[in-house]
Write a protein that binds this ligand. Structure first.
Ligand code: HPA
Length: 280
């Protein structure tokens, strides 16, 4: 597959999925590192491995199952991507966001993105959840954006607005759901770096100074495409580790996956609460 994505490639995947799905899903969900278990909440699901879907990028990282799970959850028709692909795996930004394009063509109006992230805000602890109120598109500023290249006018405008990348109403539903279950929900700014190396202490001091609360290697390209396509977005980070601000904290992928076990039950409750409150 080339760096660029065509409408035909997107529609080949969307047509294939339409032929396999029992209904038109209304909510799309992308589950990040160590968070895929949430898809098991769906009963009577249709499961489709990424490898069967035309043009779909294949996940190469441990902690990402690499399949779609479709079914009903809290009365909503949802399509869940259990795992995602990242820029550091060798995919272009457009390829990374390909699943969101397909969701858009399937008529999905709401995208819920989750990720594992490192705490840049010193008040955050591993196991915390953070409602993403905005993001810093540092890699986009440096040129790594899925919207580079010819604009697909059928899918969205050349110069999309990003003033409300994360939907305020959906954020409020997440706050309500968290409060109802007595789950502490932090709030803050997510920053995406290309990875795959974790940050140096100097990187992290810089990220803190420019206003980041949590750092990860995903989500921003997907949200950029979702907003380009007019979808409403809810984003939640699972804080998997303290950032290495002092130079004495070692960060590992195992730690990230381990934290998922604490985060998943809380995140599941919040996501279920959001779906219950959603009026579509
Ligand atoms: N840095 C970048 N990405 C991450 C981290 C981190 O500390 N933790 C989980 N994903």
């Amino acid at each position: 597959m080339s760096e660029w994505i065509s409408l035909d490639q997107i529609d080949a995947a969307a047509d294939f999925l339409r032929s396999r799905l029992p209904f038109n899903p209304r909510v799309g969900m992308i589950l990040g590192s160590g968070l895929g278990e949430i898809a098991e909440l769906i009963r009577e699901s249709v499961v489709i491995p990424f490898s069967e879907i035309p043009n779909w990028p294949q996940s190469t990282v441990e902690g990402h199952k690499g399949r779609l799970v479709v079914g009903e959850l809290e009365g909503q028709k949802v399509l869940i991507s259990q795992g995602r692909v990242h820029f550091y795996e060798g995919y272009s930004m457009a390829q990374v966001a390909f699943p969101v394009r397909v969701m858009q063509r399937l008529g999905i109006e709401i995208l819920i993105v989750t990720n594992a992230a490192g705490a840049v805000n010193p008040d955050f602890e591993p196991g915390d959840l953070m409602l993403i109120t905005d993001h810093l598109n540092l890699i986009g500023m440096a040129g790594l954006t899925p919207l580079r290249g010819a604009n697909l006018d059928e899918l969205g405008p050349r110069f999309p607005d990003m003033s409300q990348a994360y939907d305020r109403t959906l954020g409020e539903l997440a706050r309500q759901a968290a409060a109802e279950k007595n789950i502490r929900l932090r709030e803050g700014i997510y920053i995406c770096l290309a990875g795959p190396s974790f940050e140096t202490p100097a990187d992290l001091r810089f990220l803190r100074q420019i206003g980041a609360d949590a750092v990860g290697m995903s989500t921003v390209p997907e949200v950029t495409v979702a907003r380009h396509g007019g979808m409403r977005v809810l984003g939640i980070s699972g804080i998997s580790n303290k950032a290495n601000l002092d130079g004495n904290t070692v960060t590992t992928h195992e730690e990230v996956l381990q934290a998922g076990r604490i985060i998943v039950p809380k995140l599941s409750q919040i996501l279920r609460g959001v779906l219950q409150r959603l009026v579509l």
